[in-house]
Design a protein around this ligand. Structure first.
Ligand SMILES: Nc1ncnc2c1ncn2[C@@H]1O[C@H](COP(=O)(O)OP(=O)(O)O)[C@@H](O)[C@H]1O
Ligand SMILES: Cc1cn([C@H]2C[C@H](O)[C@@H](COP(=O)(O)O)O2)c(=O)[nH]c1=O
Ligand SMILES: [Zn+2]
Length: 193
């Protein structure tokens, strides 16, 4: 079922909220983030979208999904910049949040306590199946967590792991289908132990 904004409205409008969209690569995190941001724009709310400067796979500024859906964003080096750049904003979106520093949860809390709706998209696990960056802490403090799934490239089941095809072992390796494929638990661990 699609996330519905109507299901959760703060009674005290001086407070906002935190939403996390997480899952494996190709699971539709960016598409879902774009969908929610576009609905906020249709509602004529001021929105700002941020991504980490290091994620330059498709475009210097735009956020672009694997289906070429896109929306403009502001690249930032550190989560503290998001606070400085969000003063007159009602809705803040953050993509590829797994790449941000450990201050991101505090930043998001500060924004939400200023009345801002914060929507975060990011990988919950790295290629080893381990929690990734600030995402687990964000999931803990969020009002809403949406876990989306890709389709396992081996068996067609819902996939929640990002299997790395490339031989590189370092945690950070930007890439797409040439380097990763989504897999279900069985197909991920059967070939990865
Ligand atoms: N194995 C797969 N499972 C699901 N979607 C896939 C797969 N491979 C490619 N896609 C495409 O990826 C799109 C999702 O892209 P995107 O929102 O950028 O995902 P994410 O941000 O989670 O990596 C899907 O709509 C689909 O067209
Ligand atoms: C699993 C994993 C992924 N990455 C990189 C690969 C991509 O550049 C992004 C994820 O992009 P998506 O929008 O979710 O498809 O993260 C990485 O650096 N390390 C990993 O373990
Ligand atoms: Zn599978």
């Amino acid at each position: 079922m699609l996330f519905s904004e109507d299901r959760f409205v703060q009674r005290d409008a001086s407070y906002g909220s935190i939403e996390v969209i997480c899952g494996s690569m190709f699971s539709g995190k960016t598409e879902e983030l774009i969908r929610r941001m576009r609905r906020a724009q249709f509602a004529k709310l001021d929105v700002e979208i941020f991504k980490p400067t290091m994620d330059t796979r498709y475009h210097q500024t735009d956020i672009i999904s694997h289906d070429s859906n896109h929306i403009p964003s502001t690249p930032v080096d550190h989560s503290s910049a998001i606070l400085l750049l969000s003063s007159s904003t009602r809705v803040v979106g953050i993509d590829e949040a797994q790449f941000f520093d450990d201050e991101l949860p505090n930043t998001c809390n500060t924004l939400a306590n200023r009345g801002i709706r914060v929507i975060i998209a990011g990988l919950d696990m790295d290629f080893k199946g381990r929690p990734f960056g600030p995402i687990p802490a964000l999931m803990a403090i969020a009002e809403h967590v949406t876990k989306v799934h890709a389709v396992c490239m081996r068996c067609g089941a819902p996939a929640n792991y990002s299997y790395r095809i490339a031989k590189d072992k370092q945690k950070l390796l930007l890439g797409e289908k040439e380097s990763y494929e989504p897999r279900c638990r069985a197909c991920f661990y059967r070939n990865n132990e």
